[in-house]
Design a protein around this ligand. Sequence first.
Ligand SMILES: Nc1nc2c(ncn2[C@@H]2O[C@H](COP(=O)(O)OP(=O)(O)O)[C@@H](O)[C@H]2O)c(=O)[nH]1
Ligand SMILES: [Mg+2]
Length: 364
Amino acid sequence: MFGWFKKKKPIEDIQVNEEKSVEAVETSRNVEEIQTETLPIVAPNEPNSIVENIQESTISEEAKKGLFEGLKRSSARIGDGITSIFTKAKLDEDALEELEELLILSDMGVETARKITAEMARRRFEKSANPEAIRAELAEIIAQMLAPYETSKDPWTGNTRPQVIMFVGVNGSGKTTTIGKIAQNLVDNGHNIMLAAADTFRAAASEQLLVWGKRANVPVIAKESGADAAGLAFEALQKAKAEDKDILLIDTAGRLQNKVELMAELEKIIRVIKKQDESAPHETWLVLDATVGQNAISQAEAFIKSGGVTGIIMSKLDGTAKGGILLALTEKYKLPIYFIGVGEKVTDLQPFNAHEFAKALVNI
Ligand SMILES: Nc1nc2c(ncn2[C@@H]2O[C@H](COP(=O)(O)OP(=O)(O)O)[C@@H](O)[C@H]2O)c(=O)[nH]1
Ligand SMILES: [Mg+2]
């Protein structure tokens, strides 16, 4: 599965590190002071040790617990629903119909609910149907459906530096919070990163990102509200290059006067970034709020249509019983899910694991 991917440091780099670091810090400070006076000045983060670029193939017990807790509302609906439906000894038509309704209620969408029910019938029709067996079967079917959307790609490193990742989505979907959580995790894994507050529409948006940047000890490129977002993104990339950052995370606005204007702004950001690096942004992640349920599908439409979205982050799964929306989304848009948000803490942003998600969703 997709992981945080610890930064791999070549041995030569580590040996010269001691001498270089003081000068590097000073340079970084001067640049920081001249160009962005109000921003926190932060020394580049260096990893303490050489770490292999290992992918986490399983999730920790703590993460599992967080996922289970986070999906409690959804799993209560599905898990309890199954217990009350499957009171008979065998899986019959009536039970299948009720199961389909239950799945639709968890916002999986009619199509997906039908597919799952059909697969359940294929596997267990007229066979014993105690709630435990049905839950286990359901988890397996869901995991299989979601598995293609779990990615093992490492988005943090590539052929050019820095890797540029843009975050898009409507206001309040969780972009800034998600960037903050990702920033902290990347720093903890040895990456040297920079943030760009290209949501210049509201002053509070930049301030919020500055707070996260300060907490994670990373520089944030921000300007006064109303500043040109594309210009800011361009400068941020220039600076990230000059300071040899590994990763640049770009926050964007979610609401301008209208949808057309917003899409035009996002496209402009991409255009100017490409002037410096044709391959950037290397990822564009659409952040969607799970609590809006089926509305997430229509919200996604505009962003995906305008092009460039490479993956989805589903936030606030802890605040809803509509966790099934993830299935509806993947079925419709066929985009990988990179992360899921199951709470407000840094550790509540988890790389998406289809198998564990499916199990937590049906409460096993
Ligand atoms: N419970 C919960 N709240 C979240 C999660 N992600 C974001 N939020 C909250 O959602 C609200 C909007 O988030 P924000 O990052 O400002 O959204 P933005 O407008 O897209 O940047 C904030 O109050 C966040 O704390 C999550 O996974 N779980
Ligand atoms: Mg924001």
